[in-house]
Design a protein around this ligand. Structure first.
Ligand code: ADP
Ligand code: MG
Length: 221
């Protein structure tokens, strides 16, 4: 079985992302209500629903590359999500799209794509690891994918490692004081609450790995 991710994987990642964001909408709203303004789940749900509409629109050109799919996500999220997360996610997907400009992505490609996404988020938001933002999920995710790629692992294994690291990263935000975004206004009161953007990031990366595993990409040959 091929050790690469393709356009069908990217499309299914997006479809499942919309479903999972919908399923976790209330949870993300509650997290953002605790340390922000409560709109994160609503915004992301609206954004991914719009992505599906765009994807299913017969006037939308059929994607030829993984990057085409990610670019569609980027532009739609940028124009529909709003808040801090809209431009941050939009930039992440857009930068990822640029490095995934072929029909398939291998393990090194997964690492490059995630690294580009982190670069986009940091360029926009100027947050560092430990600031209690989505950077706390994406940075270890990209590092974990790179370690798997360097070790000769498959694209799917790289994604699974990224998802696991993002989950740990999201959980690591619980005890932190926020230094960026709305939660930073709360000071110590943010302690004990998970960052909503780190949680949604972990959910999205878990879906990426789940879809790759379900497709059988990266299975040992
Ligand atoms: P808003 O804060 O405008 O209401 P959202 O609720 O949609 O936007 O998104 C909040 C999330 O955005 C936070 O949980 C955090 O992960 C992320 N975030 C906010 N500011 C930054 C930043 N400067 N850098 C990285 N991520 C950030
Ligand atoms: Mg908010």
């Amino acid at each position: 079985m091929a050790d690469v991710l393709d356009v069908a994987w990217a499309t299914e990642w997006v479809r499942r992302s919309a479903a999972v964001v919908g399923e976790h909408r209330m949870e993300l709203i509650d997290l953002d209500r605790a340390i922000g303004d409560g709109d994160h789940g609503e915004n992301l749900d609206r954004g991914f629903k719009a992505v599906l509409v765009k994807l299913d629109n017969p006037d939308t050109p059929k994607p030829d590359s993984v990057g085409d799919v990610l670019k569609l996500v980027a532009t739609t999220l940028m124009s529909t999500v709003g808040g801090a997360a809209g431009p941050l996610y939009g930039t992440a997907y857009l930068r990822a799209a640029k490095v995934a400009d072929g029909p398939t992505v291998d393990a090194a490609g997964v690492a490059a794509l995630l690294d580009a996404a982190v670069g986009g988020i940091v360029a926009r938001g100027k947050a560092e690891v430990g600031d209690k933002t989505m950077v706390d999920a994406w940075t270890p995710a990209a590092a974990a994918a790179l370690a798997v790629a360097d070790g000769g692992g498959t694209a799917t294994q790289a994604l699974r490692a990224a998802a696991t690291a993002a989950r740990t990263g999201a959980e690591s935000t619980d005890p932190l004081v926020a230094r960026k975004g709305r939660a930073s206004y709360l000071g110590e009161r943010a302690v004990g609450h998970r960052d909503p953007g780190a949680e949604s990031s972990a959910l999205l990366l878990a879906v990426a790995a789940d879809v790759a595993e379900a497709a059988g990409a990266g299975a040992a040959e």
